[in-house]
Write a protein that binds this ligand. Structure first.
Ligand code: NAP
Length: 333
């Protein structure tokens, strides 16, 4: 059966996702019975494209501009079964991506988001809306390449997640890893930007806003809390912390931007880890999460130096699940 997809945002992730769809089109048909076609792509300043029979993705990926320039159509009128939201993150409000998800769910589409904003700010509302309409709400790609929600949905039925710890901001971890080698904070941040892993706004990574959004998502989805992004206690990474990272390295330790989530709240900030800590090994742009559960023990999920292609894969994995009829959302409590 054909699954029609509308993509909002056609930057690094949107284009990588379109490329992956082209690469895996035959395998998706053959192995999963999923015939995926993209019927619309919307951007903010770079035009839009629509063909209800299926766009020519190859041509669109190779062009910086999309062909249509007049005013963009509303999401509600698009011929799509699934909305893939990969527009720019606005971490403090989640908008306008939050409205994109609301419009899509109200119009009967499933939604898959790499954008953390809407999930961090309105998970309960979106989950209720999706469940009420028997639609899927998926956001594995919002944690780049750590498949934590798939793990929770399929590998932890009946288990309760009690606490989480993690290193979840690639850029912050890269900067601290470089600082441990004596590189200055400014130079490490410039290098992270060159690698395409740092946001243009420094506060996103070093002040912990990105990790705070991740904390709100993890806490609200897996612990059933009602945590707001602004309630996450953040301690920034400064040049003093960078010097501490270098000093810790000389003692065989590592400073990491550690995310800690308990039922009482969440914190993000530098912490010194010793070599017996499961998160000690998370170097460079790598990421990891440790989940402490009531009956499934302590689990650690890690991804080695993820790139945009892994975020695109997380979207694809969600798409296959949704196209095959998976509409069970992780219930907010
Ligand atoms: N990069 C990663 O590896 C990664 C990993 C996990 C999650 N994410 C999340 O994935 C999303 C996309 O990231 P990216 O790296 O692809 O960003 P990007 O390269 O900056 O692309 C953003 C795209 O969104 C479009 N856009 C912005 N506002 C829009 C609006 N109101 N309506 C329609 N389109 C809009 C932009 O269009 P214009 O260019 O015309 O402004 C652009 O095409 C972000 O939310 C990000 O946090 C990214």
């Amino acid at each position: 059966m054909t699954t029609r997809i509308a993509i909002v945002g056609f930057g690094n992730v949107g284009r990588a996702f379109a490329g992956l769809l082209l690469q895996k089109r035959e395998a998706l048909r053959r192995e999963h019975g999923v015939d995926a076609v993209v019927t619309a792509i919307l951007t903010r300043h770079h035009g839009w494209a629509r063909d209800d029979g299926g766009l020519d993705l190859e041509a669109l990926i190779s062009s910086p501009e999309l062909p249509l320039r007049d005013s963009r159509p509303l999401i509600a009128v698009l011929a799509a079964d699934v909305l893939v939201e990969v527009s720019t993150l606005e971490v403090r409000t989640g908008q306008p991506a939050l409205d994109h998800l609301r419009d899509a769910l109200r119009s009967g589409m499933h939604v898959i988001s790499a954008n953390q904003g809407p999930i961090a700010h309105a998970y309960r509302e979106l989950e209720a809306l999706a469940t009420e309409r028997s639609r899927a709400l998926r956001f594995e790609a919002a944690l780049a390449a750590l498949p934590v929600f798939t793990l929770a949905r399929y590998a932890l039925p009946g288990a309760k997640v009690l606490r989480l710890r993690g290193v979840v901001d690639s850029a912050a971890n890269y900067v601290l890893s470089e600082a441990a080698r004596g590189v200055s904070l400014a130079r490490a941040l410039t290098a992270a930007r060159r690698l395409g892993i740092a946001a243009s706004d420094t506060s996103h990574d070093l002040d912990g806003w990105g990790a705070a959004a991740t904390a709100a998502i993890l806490s609200n989805v897996l612990l059933g809390s009602d945590l707001r992004v602004e309630d996450v206690r953040r301690t920034p990474i400064t040049s003093v912390v960078a010097k501490q990272a270098a000093a810790a390295a000389r003692r065989g330790k590592r400073v990491r931007q550690l995310l800690t989530i308990t039922p009482d709240g969440a914190t993000v900030g530098p912490a010194t880890l010793s070599s017996d800590d499961p998160l000690f090994a998370v170097e460079g742009s790598s990421m990891a999460l440790e989940l402490e559960t009531d009956v499934a023990g302590r689990l650690v999920l890690a991804v080695h130096e993820p790139r945009v292609e892994q975020t695109a894969f997380a979207l694809l994995a969600d798409l296959v699940n949704v196209a095959r009829g998976g509409t069970t959302n992780i219930r907010s409590r």
